[in-house]
Design a protein around this ligand. Structure first.
Ligand SMILES: Cc1cc2nc3c(=O)[nH]c(=O)nc-3n(C[C@H](O)[C@H](O)[C@H](O)COP(=O)(O)OP(=O)(O)OC[C@H]3O[C@@H](n4cnc5c(N)ncnc54)[C@H](O)[C@@H]3O)c2cc1C
Length: 393
């Protein structure tokens, strides 16, 4: 067994773990990252793509913002489409803020490059990762790596290991309550090699269900369709997907361009928040502590926000000031509940609720009323703009 010590042991090399490790190392605080997947797997994982202005500012402030500055696509607003009409909500005009389209894969690639360049210790492809003694001031992480057993001693362990990780379940159930809800719909998402048919994201409520046109670059489009959570991707040929996208997204005078579909998958939707992000010497950040349905584009941004708050708190701790670290869970969760509310609001406004009941038609017409108000009231649009472009930390 190899015994090692560090100040902060981070589980997970997703955006949360990589950014936290990077922020700490820049501040001269030792951190070791332990990840169970290979670097190739992580770099190929297709997920989020919209960065709040605050997230972009954080990446730039921490010296990992060159990629987003060079290749990110700045969007002034979004389109909301319903009842066959498309409406522009111009965030920049309303509140002087923007969002940037830059894939999560690219954020992760930039962070891995920075860590490699810096020689940071990251154990990819670790096995049997487990955390121990979290309620003591000397927690440990054990794991296997290239045939060797490791015993990593730290001052703190940070669980940045996503929703299915090992850190949250290691908190005694008496110390943690989970608040959650699932939704009766899922997203079928595709990546297609075709320039986007729109300059900004289109969120659309159609009688057949939600559809969305997003993008990853000027060459790659990302599109989504609302489907039943029990749907199987095998039932969706490329032709069927494009047909549904044409039907839902189509408006007179606009053309949706098709291209080769290089990735397609179905993702269920869930809202989930833990009652605490801290137990003893263990802190949770990102998806390990909370999940949102992707409609508000908040998952990746929340992970970045958590680790920004946590990195500053840990830096204060090593400068003999513990106030922020003690308040981390409350501060991050306070912000998170506002994000939960926004994500749920966007999701329920834009998805067709399952059919078959009298409520079904009532809900749809009520959603159209809500969208009509949201796109015609300056106050409503400013509120949307404020939340979509990102609440302050
Ligand atoms: C399919 C999919 C599509 C999504 N699309 C969007 C979107 O369009 N918009 C949006 O805003 N958000 C989206 N999200 C959410 C967003 O991607 C996440 O919120 C974001 O990845 C959170 O980052 P994280 O670092 O907290 O967690 P993760 O990215 O999940 O990273 C956790 C890391 O921990 C590792 N890990 C897990 N278990 C262990 C273990 N036992 N030991 C060691 N390492 C471990 C994982 O391999 C992973 O690398 C999507 C999520 C999924 C799953």
């Amino acid at each position: 067994m190899t015994r090692e010590t560090t100040r902060v042991a981070i589980i997970g090399a997703g955006p949360a773990g990589l950014l936290l490790g990077w922020a700490l190392r820049r501040a001269g605080i030792d951190a070791v990252i332990v990840e169970n997947r290979s670097v190739e797997y992580i770099l190929a994982r297709v997920r989020a793509g919209v960065l709040e202005q605050g997230s972009v500012d954080t990446l730039k402030r921490l010296g990992v913002g060159d990629g987003v500055a060079t290749n990110g696509l700045i969007h002034d607003g979004i389109y909301l489409q319903f009842a066959g009409e498309r409406h522009h909500v111009d965030f920049n005009e309303l509140i002087g803020r923007t969002v940037t389209v830059y894939g999560q894969q690219a954020v992760v690639a930039d962070l891995i490059d920075a860590h490699k360049h810096d020689g940071s210790p990251i154990y990819f492809e670790s096995s049997d990762v487990a955390v121990h003694d979290i309620e003591s001031p000397s927690p440990r992480v054990t794991f296997g790596h290239r045939g060797e057993e490791h015993d990593l001693h730290a001052d703190f362990v940070v669980g940045a290991d996503g929703f299915h990780g090992v850190c949250r379940p290691s908190i005694p159930s008496s110390a943690l309550t989970a608040y959650e809800r699932s939704y009766p719909y899922a997203w079928l998402g595709i990546l297609a090699t075709v320039p986007p048919s729109t300059d900004e994201l289109i969120y659309c409520l159609h009688e057949d269900g939600f559809a969305m046109h997003s993008m990853r670059s000027m060459e790659v489009s990302r599109l989504y369709l609302q489907v039943d959570p029990s749907e199987s991707i095998e039932n969706w040929s490329d032709e069927r997907i494009w047909d549904a996208l044409h039907t839902r997204l189509g408006v007179p005078g606009w053309t949706l361009h098709e291209g080769e579909i290089t990735e397609k998958s179905i993702t269920p939707m869930r809202s989930f928040v833990t009652s605490t992000l801290n137990c003893g010497s263990l802190f949770l950040a990102g998806d390990a502590g909370h999940i949102v349905p992707p409609t508000g584009a908040k998952g990746l941004n929340s992970a970045i926000a958590d680790v920004t708050i946590l990195a500053d708190a840990l830096i204060d701790h090593y400068a003999d000031d513990d106030v922020a670290l003690r308040r981390y869970s409350d501060v991050a969760l306070g912000r998170q509940w506002r994000i939960q509310q926004f994500s749920q609001w966007m999701t329920q406004m834009l998805h067709r609720h399952p059919g078959g009941s009298a409520d079904h038609e009532f809900d749809y017409r009520s959603q159209l009323g809500q969208l009509d108000y949201t796109t015609s009231s300056t106050h409503a649009m400013r509120s949307l703009a404020e939340q979509y472009t990102g609440l302050p930390l």
